[in-house]
Write a protein that binds this ligand. Sequence first.
Ligand code: AMP
Ligand code: GLY
Length: 426
Amino acid sequence: MMTKNRVLIIGSGGREHALAWRMAQSSTVDTVFVAPGNAGTQQESGVENVVIDTTDFQAVIDFCHIQQVSLVVVGPEQPLVDGMVDALSAAEIPCFGPKAAAARLEGSKTFTKRFMQKNAIPTADYAEFSDLDKALKYLQSCEYPQVIKADGLAAGKGVVIVKDQQQGEAVATDMLSDNKFGEAGRRIVIEEFLHGEEASYIVISDGKTFIPMVTSQDHKARDDGDQGPNTGGMGAYSPAPVVTPEIEEKIIEQVIKPTLKGMAKEQPFVGFLYAGVMINQGEVKVLEFNVRMGDPETQPIMMRLKSDLDSLCLAAVNGELAEHSIQWDKRPALGVVMAAGGYPENYAKGAVIEGLPVSQTDVKVFHAGTAVSNEQVVTSGGRVLCVCALGDNLTEAQQKAYAGVQSITWQDVYYRTDIGHRALSR
Ligand code: AMP
Ligand code: GLY
């Protein structure tokens, strides 16, 4: 009899719910544990939430040994940057994701800018500073807007687009002297503002070979028409029509291949490599790398994935991706994030969510900031749910997703009403 995989997923967001849901459908998977998970993973069939202190790698290792976990998948960036894959691999537990030295592609903006320069990967021109006076002097000679980035992980708040010198000086001072970002702000990158349309290009890599995911695009701004403050993402869809076959070829040749080749000399990159790119007049430039799947891009991408996710992740860990291919549902998928009013700033928690579960064909509600309290599902974070749908075309996927959204409510619920507008206006 074939032994079945027992998988542990680290994280608690919509991305992790989507990964766990997809993983649990695999014929080769017996149980999916999620640490810590959310109300959605708690209620998902074949999925079990577990309480482990995931910052304590030894506790994770002990859990894996006791539960005979055969694969760990790390969802978010922080544990990757902190070396979770290094620790688990040293304990001979198959762990999918980049080691800390490779996770620097997300964990350090200065590492990444230098890496791109060294490997001739197209990106915005930049300068880096740890000295405030030098940064202020540089800002006098810039054309505006400019983009100022704190070096390290800053939970999505370390990037500020500054419209003039005055604002630039305030942000640089904030980051370099006021210690607002702690260690993350000890160095900053000041880079040229890029115009164009953003897309997310994600591949799975075993360090030598890679397989692309279907293309996707998220909506970072909070409000309709891409207005308002930047967020972790208010919705996403796949495919992204801005990534034409010609653009995809450019991303692969100019970004993905040189990145994986360059990393192979430092620390081979195993895991999901996410290139956030700006596309302008047929040219591609890298805005950022993430060393994990995107959230909410994962949700529509997992709706479309037909292959077994555990086999792909295990093949990547074992350096055997060359023997694999991925099958996708040809239909587009679209996901709308339902957030707590006030997100990304102050918002309430603990509101009772009405209207769950939603049972419509090809519609799936992924949870993010949710918890179970007194047997009710309540909000417990800024991004609460991501309602995803597959459709014969993007318009249909959008209609189905919004029909799902409209059947769910809680006090002060907030969502954008135009997810997919860029693709649909093409
Ligand atoms: P990052 O974490 O570096 O990708 O920055 C977060 C977001 O800021 C990106 O997704 C873009 O929307 C925006 N951004 C970052 N760098 C630039 C740039 N050079 N030009 C224009 N927008 C940028
Ligand atoms: N959706 C953008 C990210 O995951 O960073």
